[in-house]
Design a protein around this ligand. Structure first.
Ligand code: NAD
Length: 340
């Protein structure tokens, strides 16, 4: 079955989506307000019609699916219109700017029986799948805590702060890897370059069973870093997306010298002594495929088979819920906010 795709937005990220969808599917229309991008689009796929009128294309019976790669503030309106016209929708992250909007999109997709998918690209990254398996198979033991850094200098946005721009990735990875949603969040940050738009944010997430996670995002940092560390009571894992050996498994840790000694009472000296357990570092071979291509193929496959995507509307809603609560915390001095 041939699926005709219309894509809205072809800026920094949209051009990648356009290239990939042109490889795995059929992009009949590209809607972009900036006409200077027409030549770039033509070079990638000369058969795609270029226009600036999204309403007309979204209403066209010739179009089966709409891919949305416009600024975050426009996701809700564009996705709503496309779903309402009976199209399947892949919308870039974040799914929407409020939980209310995200919930409305889910309801609409369900009532129209259409696929709604959100571009949480890292869940299609082989290294992240390996990290998730290491955590969920119990190989690293009981998870103590995790932290991530998504930092670089530049690509400063004027529509959303660094948290809404960068942290959707980290939140979606954390939830996927830990297999649970956070219960509370606190966030602090600062706006240095543009009033009211945070350039750097430090976010703490609290999960059940004492598991804690920290996310540091910034577009005002000397280094480009994409890294996540998960510390368990048996092993620790570092996922570094910037290098070829993306996953490093540290088979070491800290343990009590006498793990069987009772912890009560100070008379048992052995129970209170801690020792370093040295071990090997393993770098598993990763059969890496471009995550965006995996994501695009998955979207088309879900449409063909009538299946729910891995990153469906509920997955998008989870991330929006966390970010909305974190934004409240940012605006109220970093207080702890419950995530409902
Ligand atoms: N999944 C990822 O890894 C990833 C990475 C970067 C950005 N993104 C997301 O992709 C989206 C776009 O980000 P970007 O960096 O490409 O932004 P951008 O500003 O570079 O590009 C957005 C483009 O959309 C166009 N546009 C806006 N409104 C339009 C409309 N109504 N009709 C047609 N065109 C319209 C603009 O002209 C612009 O060219 C954002 O939601 C962002 O969060 C995702």
């Amino acid at each position: 079955m041939s699926i005709k795709i219309a894509q809205i937005g072809c800026g920094y990220w949209g051009i990648n989506l356009f290239r990939v969808f042109s490889q795995v599917g059929q992009v009949s229309h590209l809607i972009e307000l900036d006409s200077s991008l027409k030549e770039k689009v033509k070079k990638i796929n000369p058969k795609t019609a270029f226009t600036d009128n999204w309403k007309e294309v979204v209403q066209s019976p010739e179009v089966d699916a709409v891919v949305i790669a416009t600024p975050a503030g426009s996701h809700y309106q564009l996705a709503w219109e496309a779903l309402n016209q009976g199209k399947h929708v892949l919308v870039e992250k974040p799914l929407a700017m409020t939980t209310e909007q995200a919930s409305q999109l889910i309801q609409l997709a369900e009532s129209k029986n259409r696929v709604l998918m959100v571009g949480h690209t890292f869940l299609y990254n082989r290294a992240v799948l390996i990290l998730r398996d290491l955590v969920q198979s119990g190989e690293i033991g009981k998870v103590y805590y995790a932290y991530s850094q998504r930092l670089n200098l530049g690509r400063v946005r004027q529509d959303v702060n660094a948290m809404w721009n960068l942290a959707p990735h980290d939140v979606s990875i954390m939830v996927f890897v830990l297999g649970q949603e956070p219960k509370f969040v606190s966030a602090t940050g600062q706006s240095y370059l543009q009033p009211g738009l945070h350039d750097v944010v430090f976010m703490t997430l609290g999960f059940e069973n004492g598991v804690m996670a920290h996310i540091h995002v910034s577009w005002l940092d000397p280094n480009k870093i994409r890294q996540m560390t998960v510390v368990g009571d048996r092993k620790m894992v570092v996922y570094n997306d910037m290098i070829e050996s993306k996953i490093a498994i540290y088979d070491n840790g800290i343990q009590r010298k006498d793990p069987h000694a009772p912890l009560e009472g100070f008379d048992n000296f052995g129970a209170w002594q801690l020792s370093l357990r040295p071990g090997d570092i393993a770098l598993p071979k990763i059969d890496f495929k471009e995550p965006l291509q995996v994501e695009a193929s998955h979207f088309l496959e879900c449409i063909r088979r009538g299946q729910k995507p891995l990153t469906d509307g509920y997955n998008g809603l989870t991330v929006v819920k966390v970010l909305e609560a974190a934004q409240r915390s940012l605006e109220h001095g970093g207080g702890c906010e419950e995530i409902r």
